[in-house]
Design a protein around this ligand. Structure first.
Ligand SMILES: [Fe+2]
Length: 210
């Protein structure tokens, strides 16, 4: 009987990319970023975006000159160029790529969470975790970010053993950066822990010159 090699025929149409990157030796940069954002919180009111019981600052940090912020922006630019290359399968010359956009800080206390939302005007959106409490809490989703399956009807796949509804839940950790298309819905589960959680979010645009 002739065998059929189905694996060679699998194509994932309409797949949704999500990239994880880790910044090595992030401790000093993160400490400076945390101090900077705490100062920002004292000086600027909450912008009332998606966070509940938390502070989200002004969105123009991509233009703000600050040593640690500049270092992070460099890492974001490198990541944006890398994911663009990977996703579109095209080599890019970093010298001809320019990344900018919006960037803002988040400080979330115990009891805070983020409502379901997405990000507009963005090629790649993302978040970088600066100082997040790593304790487990009473449930595994404590303070985790959850990405929502963008497909319309994966529930139509009925099977007693298999499901097409993957739960993409990611636990924040210091130094971790996530990048995803701005249209991808996501939210953050309620966080309960002893310390505030500090992160920076961004909407990045990439220009590639000829
Ligand atoms: Fe978000």
């Amino acid at each position: 009987m002739q065998s059929i090699k189905l694996n060679e025929a699998v194509m994932y149409c309409f797949g949704t990319p999500l990239f994880k990157a880790r910044i090595r030796d992030h401790a000093a940069m993160n400490a400076e970023l945390a101090a900077f954002l705490r100062k920002e919180r004292d000086a600027t009111p909450d912008k009332h975006m998606s966070a509940v019981r938390g502070w989200q600052g002004r969105k123009d940090l991509f233009e703000h000159d600050h040593p640690a912020l500049n270092r992070l922006k460099g890492q974001v630019a490198k990541a944006v160029i890398a994911v663009t290359q990977t996703y579109f399968g095209q080599a890019l010359d970093p010298a001809k790529c320019f990344v900018n956009g919006e960037m803002w800080g988040n400080i979330i206390p115990s009891g805070g969470y983020t409502k379901l939302h997405n990000h507009s005007k963005s090629h790649w959106s993302g978040v970088y975790y600066i100082d997040v409490d790593q304790t487990e809490g009473d449930w595994p989703e404590n303070g985790c970010i959850e990405f929502v399956d963008p497909r319309s009807f994966p529930t139509a796949f009925h099977h007693p053993k298999f499901s097409m509804l993957p739960s993409l839940t990611i636990k924040p950790e210091n130094g971790l950066m996530l990048l995803f298309p701005g249209w991808l819905n996501h939210y953050v589960h309620p966080y309960h822990g002893p310390a505030e959680r500090i992160s920076i979010a961004f909407n990045a645009m990439i220009r590639v010159d000829d």
